[in-house]
Design a protein. Structure first.
Length: 257
């Protein structure tokens, strides 16, 4: 933990062992998108199951409300961290009404049933319920927060929506999509040339336009994407490809290209 202008933040230190660590440097701090009374209280750092990615489930202390909830941060290298959104991934709800504080406990556990679980402990008391030095009451309880595999966060369109993802090198394998739609919702996928700067219209790769995309419905973790019934992407192997998603009453959690 560190501080900047009396606001708590997360720092990172490296070393060959815990007796010889480099000076810690900030890696996750409150920015202009946070309310002014928020602090990042503790990080709950976790490796992403089965992939070279990194997660934090930081407890966010809301000073005015005196509550603590759990949010999400992600990183590709454990140095530069990003926030998918600024709302709880584990909120204060419980069967008896509402917790006052919740704190996540590493690590994120992948089960054989395709479920991810994160332990957390919650208390009905708010952060500032006690005078300094008093003992915490013994009414904290431990629970699991559960998600389906690769569904911690996603891109959601309550109505019609469109988004173009950052380009990546196509591996030539069939593309797979992790998504969920409402009963009348759908997803369409097109593969386009990477956008440039300044922004200009981009064209779809031949054979992979929206007009040729097969519409997807339902709730799938690894659905193979097809265009005119075909999933072969070998013609695009080694090329930089951007995925453009067209969604209606749907949510996309992950893509594999």
């Amino acid at each position: 933990r560190g501080h900047l202008e009396r606001r708590r933040l997360v720092r990172r230190a490296e070393g060959v062992d815990f007796r010889r660590l480099d000076p810690p440097l900030p890696c996750l701090a409150c920015d202009a998108q946070y309310p002014v009374d928020d602090d990042i209280y503790n990080p709950c750092y976790c490796p992403y199951p089965g992939r070279p990615l990194y997660l934090m489930f930081p407890s966010i202390y809301h000073r005015i409300a005196s509550t603590v909830d759990i949010q999400l941060a992600v990183s590709h290298d454990s140095y530069l961290w990003q926030r998918p959104e600024r709302r709880p991934i584990v909120d204060l709800a419980c069967e008896q009404g509402e917790y006052g504080t919740v704190y996540a406990c590493p690590n994120l556990v992948a089960t054989d049933a395709g479920e991810w679980r994160l332990a957390f402990h919650g208390s009905p008391h708010r952060h500032d319920f006690r005078p300094r030095g008093a003992v915490y009451p013994a009414d904290t309880e431990y629970r699991w927060a559960c998600w389906q595999e690769d569904r911690l966060a996603g891109l959601e369109a309550p109505g019609d929506g469109r988004v173009t993802l950052v380009e990546r090198e196509c591996q030539g394998q069939p593309m797979r999509l992790n998504y969920r739609t409402q009963a009348d919702g759908w997803v369409e996928v097109e593969l386009v040339h990477p956008p440039g700067t300044p922004p200009e219209p981009v064209e779809a790769f031949a054979g992979f336009s929206r007009a040729e995309a097969d519409r997807l419905h339902g709730d799938e973790l690894r659905r193979v994407v097809t265009w005119s019934g075909e999933s072969d992407l070998s013609a695009l192997r080694g090329q930089k490809v951007a995925v453009r998603l067209h969604l209606c009453r749907a949510k996309v959690f992950a893509t594999a290209l």
